[in-house]
Write a protein that binds this ligand. Structure first.
Ligand code: EPS
Length: 389
């Protein structure tokens, strides 16, 4: 059984719910670490007022006993504190009342799912679309990814990330060991290593906010310790780089994904792109460079996985954009709503978790067993095979 999860829940409903299936038994879960990852997603310079209301924690309600997974589906919930302000509006019971009382939305916001979702699902209250399309759902995805991350950690695989760009401000490249990168970005309000860049990004976000606008950026995820051969060249839907790209593109507001040097590879020669193969007794097969971001032929090559994603600016603006009322078909300019002016640091955390999930899924496909012990034996067997290759 392949590792999978589903989430349910609305941004102003009572809670987000996730069910994970396919986890092995005997994985020791660190609940503090799980909640730490949820906390990381809530931080970041440029977040709006909603994050002052929420204090996300994952409450596990199935599949775990005495600190360990049992092999049964793991169910978890993340409560929405804001729900208490929305109990009537989001009630599942039929409700009489005016549009105002129901907070009915009939003015689709450009850049959101509102209009397409309303047309597709034949919903005349666009709240039914926006409640689910909200990036609040990424809290549930991070909770699932945080469990995948603990599974990977069990086998020495480590996940980190950083913000590469916010609008016009780019962070200088660094070549830090992953642990150091994780430590430094954790101290930063915008998840960069360089403090000068952090100051510039904060000032830039302030300026964007003062102008009633929003800003996007580029984030990077790095995964180290991945063995050679996750994913496969033999079928399109087994190529792990392709699956990672799908996962990254599925994050709210993401418009692009690249692996390694990515789009840069279209500008330079083959001799400048490919990572030469080296061999010595101590390291076995290895590479001096990692321009292909840990992938050849849809399979991991033993180098760190390096993935970047680009997030568009959040479309809820204080500066109004033109749209059309679905009742009157008349143009209107959007009213002001609370919003994040920049959620790029949070998106960096989300990306770490969706990428970690895909790597964990491929890891279990290759070494799958019903318990951690069985997986470890399968992995060790494979590593011995690589040794003698
Ligand atoms: C979001 C809009 C804002 C964000 C929300 C995503 O929420 P609200 O509509 O309640 O002001 O705060 O993000 C989260 C709640 C979160 O946990 O990340 C949207 O429209 O996508």
């Amino acid at each position: 059984m392949s590792l999978r999860y589903l989430t349910a829940g609305e941004t102003h409903g009572p809670q987000l719910t996730a069910i994970i299936e396919g986890l092995p038994s005997n994985l020791t879960l660190d609940f503090e670490e799980l909640n730490f990852q949820l906390h990381r997603r809530q931080k970041g310079y440029g977040r709006g007022r909603r994050m002052q209301i929420e204090k996300d924690t994952a409450n596990i309600v199935g599949g775990v006993r005495h600190g360990k997974t049992t092999g049964a589906p793991v169910a978890l919930v993340v409560e929405n504190n804001d729900w208490k302000h929305w109990t009537k509006i989001m009630n599942i019971e039929p409700m009489e009342g005016t549009d105002e009382e129901k907070r009915r939305v009939h003015r689709p916001r450009p850049g959101h799912a509102d209009l397409n979702g309303g047309l597709k699902y034949n919903l005349k209250d666009l709240r039914n679309v926006l409640e689910r399309s909200s990036a609040r759902e990424t809290a549930a995805r991070v909770a699932c990814g945080a469990i995948a991350r603990q599974l990977l950690a069990e086998f020495g695989i480590k996940v980190g990330g950083q913000v590469i760009r916010i609008g016009e401000i780019e962070a200088p490249a660094n070549d830090l060991p992953l642990n150091e990168l994780i430590r430094l970005t954790e101290e930063s309000s915008v998840r960069v290593v360089d403090q000068e860049t952090e100051k510039k990004m904060e000032a830039y976000i302030d300026q964007i906010k003062a102008e009633g606008d929003s800003i996007g950026g580029i984030v990077e995820c790095i995964i180290e310790g991945v063995p050679v051969g996750l994913g496969s060249h033999v079928q399109y839907d087994r190529k792990l780089d392709g699956r990672i790209a799908q996962a990254v593109m599925s994050i709210n507001a993401f418009k692009g994904c690249e692996i390694g040097i990515g789009f840069e590879a279209g500008k330079i020669r083959g001799s400048q792109v490919h990572d030469e193969i080296l061999y010595n007794e101590e390291q076995g097969y290895h590479r001096a460079t990692n321009r292909l971001g840990g992938f050849e032929g849809g399979m991991t090559n033993g180098m760190p996985i390096v993935v970047r994603g680009v997030m568009k600016p959040i479309p809820t603006l204080y500066k109004p954009l033109a749209s059309v009322d679905i009742d009157t078909k008349e143009p209107f300019t959007a009213q002001v709503e609370r919003s994040d002016s920049c959620a790029v640091p949070a998106a960096s955390v989300v990306m770490e978790h969706v990428v970690a999930w895909e790597v964990a899924r491929a890891f279990l496909e290759k070494f799958g067993g019903d318990s951690i012990e069985e997986i470890r034996a399968n992995l060790n067997n494979y590593l011995a095979q690589l040794e003698s290759y």
